[in-house]
Design a protein around this ligand. Structure first.
Ligand SMILES: [Zn+2]
Length: 73
């Protein structure tokens, strides 16, 4: 199973659907990582974008993510 990986582990960019209908790719708007836009990759991209937005919102609200490990991963 393919997974979407950023060029840098710490990248927090969003995945975007790029290109024309027959040659679509999923591209990170920050590091430029690029993958074929298969249905599986598109779902992964949507999941990752939601997770990224959620994490950034928590950080913006000043909630510490490091202190409490009971939430798991
Ligand atoms: Zn990236």
């Amino acid at each position: 199973m393919e997974t979407l990986n950023h060029l840098r582990d710490e990248c927090t960019g969003n995945w975007r659907l790029m290109g024309a209908a027959e040659s679509r790719t999923i591209t990170c708007d920050h590091c430029g990582a690029e993958f074929t836009a298969t249905p599986e990759n598109r779902l992964s991209a949507i999941d990752e974008n939601y997770a990224g937005i959620y994490l950034r919102r928590l950080t913006a609200e000043g909630i510490s993510l490091g202190a409490d490990t009971s939430l798991g991963d």
